[in-house]
Design a protein around this ligand. Structure first.
Ligand code: FMN
Length: 330
């Protein structure tokens, strides 16, 4: 049974990865319903939070139904990170996660995200200060290292644990790799096999089928799987993995009714949460996957992803229901 601090997260939990503009409250709620054991917010800038930037503070919203939820923050300045811990605490998350893995230039160039992999002492001291500054469990999400020649993740993970980090999620790529190549899980297994490690070690990167999740659990011996891209527009991924764990068999894909129901609820929750314009806009990226594989679907998809008015999008869902209600997904 894995535990993050005092939070029981079950046996080999599945974690929804933090994803910018994806892991928002509506999507997290859908993933939770479909079996995600822990969900994380997208990364939130500590500098944005302390300046009270509306865009950053909105990202702190959480629904009761999605717990346990971790709020992820990033930054490289100690004062800003500590102040943002205080701000984040007011939203009542269960976990505070530190992003030490984001590879994008605008984050890395400020020494934040994966940029900190060039200064492990700072990474450790920031974590220690944050752990001391809150009663909530602090977790870390990071990558294997800066580049192939500087992979010291076994030592880094141990040092983070020693300063009070309560769980670590490791994406099996380096900063230099960005998203290229295949994720390498062997160094993550080395972290887990370190006799001194006692906090959960979660694997991340390329878990895109139930079989891969089983591999992460049984071959690599990790404590849980963090899932990102495979869930975009497909929150059912979590239940499919769990079903496979329990039975060794593949669950039938979600029916058209389930997909339409999810799409409608997703859009409605998004509008309720962030208003008509943003709600319509930010839900678009999910539709392609919700309705993947249906032949002659372009006309409907175009309507879903180009309409600015939610009425038109809901109408497209109704049209799909009329046209394709008998369609069987394989
Ligand atoms: C659209 C998108 C946005 C992301 N945003 C974040 C983020 O805000 N914080 C973070 O730690 N990682 C972020 N990531 C990285 C993912 O959490 C994850 O580490 C990566 O996608 C590998 O996992 P996967 O192969 O299961 O997708 C993002 C990835 C994607 C695809």
């Amino acid at each position: 049974m894995a535990k993050i601090g005092n939070i029981d997260v079950g046996d080999f939990p599945l974690l929804l990865a933090p994803m910018e503009d994806v892991s928002d409250p509506p999507f997290r709620a859908l993933c939770k319903e479909q079996g995600a054991d822990v969900v994380y917010t997208e990364f939130i800038s500590s500098e944005g939070l302390i300046r009270d930037a509306a865009k950053s503070t909105m990202k702190l919203d959480i629904y009761e139904k999605e717990r346990p939820v971790g709020i992820q923050i990033f930054g490289a300045n100690l004062d800003s990170m500590l102040q943002s811990v205080e701000i984040v605490e007011k939203s009542g998350p269960d976990i505070i996660d530190i992003n030490f893995g984001c590879p994008v230039k605008k984050v890395v160039s400020k020494g934040a995200g994966a940029g900190i992999l060039k200064d492990i002492d700072l990474m450790v001291s920031l974590t220690e200060a944050m752990v001391k500054h809150t009663k909530l469990p602090v977790t870390v999400k990071t990558r294997l290292g800066w580049d192939n020649d500087s992979i010291k993740i076994v030592e880094v993970a141990e040092r983070l644990q020693d300063v009070g980090c309560q769980a670590i999620s490791i994406h099996g790529r380096t900063r230099v790799q960005m998203y290229k190549g295949e994720a390498n899980w062997a160094p993550i297994a080395e972290v887990k096999n370190n006799q001194r490690m006692h906090i959960p070690v979660f694997g991340n990167g390329d878990v895109d089928s139930p079989e891969r999740a089983v591999e992460m659990r049984d071959k690599y011996g990790l404590d849980g799987a963090m899932i990102g891209r495979a869930s975009i527009g497909y929150p059912w991924f979590f239940r499919e993995v769990k079903h496979y764990f329990e039975t060794g068999e593949h669950l039938a894909p979600p029916t058209m009714k389930e997909r339409l129901d999810a799409a409608r609820r997703h859009l409605q929750m998004a509008i309720d949460w962030k208003g008509e314009k943003l709600g319509v806009f930010e839900t678009r990226r999910h539709y392609t996957n919700y309705f993947k594989g249906i032949p002659h679907f372009k006309e409907y998809r175009m309507k879903m992803v180009t309409s600015d008015d939610s009425k038109d999008v809901f109408e497209a869902f109704d049209e799909v229901e009329r046209e394709f209600s008998d369609y069987e997904f394989v």
